[in-house]
Design a protein around this ligand. Structure first.
Ligand SMILES: Cc1ncc(COP(=O)(O)O)c(C=O)c1O
Length: 372
């Protein structure tokens, strides 16, 4: 710990001063979740204060949920994630949700580099095992469709993508409670492009995005590069984002967009219950805040039906629904889509400006696969 000097008693009680210093080191990431903080005796020596004062400081940190005492072992930084089933309501004394800039320089690039290393199990990304994918059929279709439409397959599509694929996506949208027309869909290069288009369409640099935390790291990277701030809203593995805390955060901060991974969340695995999905849309609609929904894992459900999308409850077009075929058919084909609701025009313009259109042959192959 860097704070070696003696603390002079100031305006606030000594124990609060110490709690603030240690809490500050936790907030700035010097001590990370799971780390052991200095023992009571060590800190009392280091800061030249009594053991009782440090005990009081640690009790304060424990009360506000920053650290936990482990019997016979000491004090440890608590995970920011609430326990499964924990009450997800904002309570007196809880930490205030505060918007902050993101800084995660090297992490995502390091994870991306390991993706092609066969000796590493890539737990950082949700990558399907190729044994589970219809590899042969898809690749055959890629070849036959390119032969069947030789000119189209080497040409640009319009910025929305091929009509045939959008029709297939539109038919399947019924399975998650939506009924998109092909005209409402823009084909993208994967779900990540869909989400980044949605962020660009709804936010300007300096704006704040409320995210269900923890979130897929690539989105934090995108948010950082776009010069946006994040407001972390706690989530549980059972229910996903806390709507109660989100409501509190919106009342006390300017929020320009909200981002959730609604079904089989990465990394938590949570599926938002239907009534939470409805509450989320109603809350955001009341404040006219767009919701970016990533439902890239929704089709992986076992059983007769898959969970509905948050978008199914959207009556005002505030939800920008994003997904892809990366988890079910072929991550390398880079085919995803967005149904941007009332942001359709903006998303289409951005897609055309930055990417012109998604590659045509994989769209033709996936459309044929789905049609059969
Ligand atoms: C939540 C989430 N969204 C999107 C992606 C990537 O989707 P795509 O490959 O279609 O861009 C991942 C990949 O791990 C993910 O976990």
């Amino acid at each position: 710990m860097e704070t070696t000097g003696r603390i002079e008693a100031g305006k606030q009680p000594l124990y609060e001063e110490i709690a603030a210093r240690v809490g500050g080191l936790i907030d700035q990431g010097t001590y990370r979740p799971g780390d052991r903080i200095p023992s009571i005796r060590a800190l009392s020596r280091q800061m030249q204060v009594s053991v009782n004062t440090v005990m009081e400081a640690y009790a304060r940190l424990e009360n506000i949920g920053k650290v936990e005492a482990r019997p016979q072992s000491g004090y440890y930084v608590r995970s920011r994630l609430a326990e499964p089933g924990a009450k997800l309501a904002k309570e007196e004394g809880d930490e205030e949700p505060v918007a902050c800039c993101v800084s995660i320089e090297e992490g995502p690039m390091r994870i991306m580099r390991t993706l092609s290393d066969p000796s590493v199990v890539p737990l950082g990304g949700g990558i399907p095992n190729s044994d589970l994918l219809p590899v042969e059929r898809l690749n055959r279709m890629l070849a036959t469709e390119s032969r069947r439409f030789p000119i189209q397959s080497v040409s640009y599509t319009g910025p929305r993508g091929t009509q045939r694929l959008r029709t297939q996506i539109s038919k399947r949208s019924l399975t998650y409670g939506c009924a998109f027309s092909p005209e409402e869909i823009v084909v993208t290069s994967g779900c990540v492009e869909a989400v980044t288009l949605a962020l660009q369409a709804t936010c300007r640099p300096g704006d704040t995005v409320a995210i269900a935390s923890p979130v897929y790291y690539t989105f934090l990277h995108a948010i950082q590069w776009m010069g946006l701030k994040v407001l972390e809203i706690p989530s549980t593995p059972r229910e996903g984002m806390s709507i109660d805390v989100l409501g509190y955060a919106i009342r006390n901060n300017p929020v320009h967009a909200c981002l959730v991974i609604s079904n089989f969340n990465n990394p938590l695995g949570s599926v938002m219950p239907d009534d939470r999905k409805r509450e989320l849309v109603e809350l955001l609609a009341r404040h006219d805040i767009p919701l970016i929904e990533d439902d890239v894992y929704g089709d992986l459900a076992f059983g007769p039906s898959r969970p509905v999308a948050v978008k199914a409850y959207d009556e005002q077009g505030i939800v920008l629904y994003c997904s892809s075929f990366s988890k079910t058919l072929a991550p390398g084909y880079r085919v995803g889509w967005i149904a941007p609701g009332r942001y359709q025009r903006k998303v289409q313009q951005l897609k055309s400006l930055f990417n012109i259109a998604t590659a045509t042959p994989p769209q033709l192959a996936i459309a044929e696969f789905l049609a059969n």
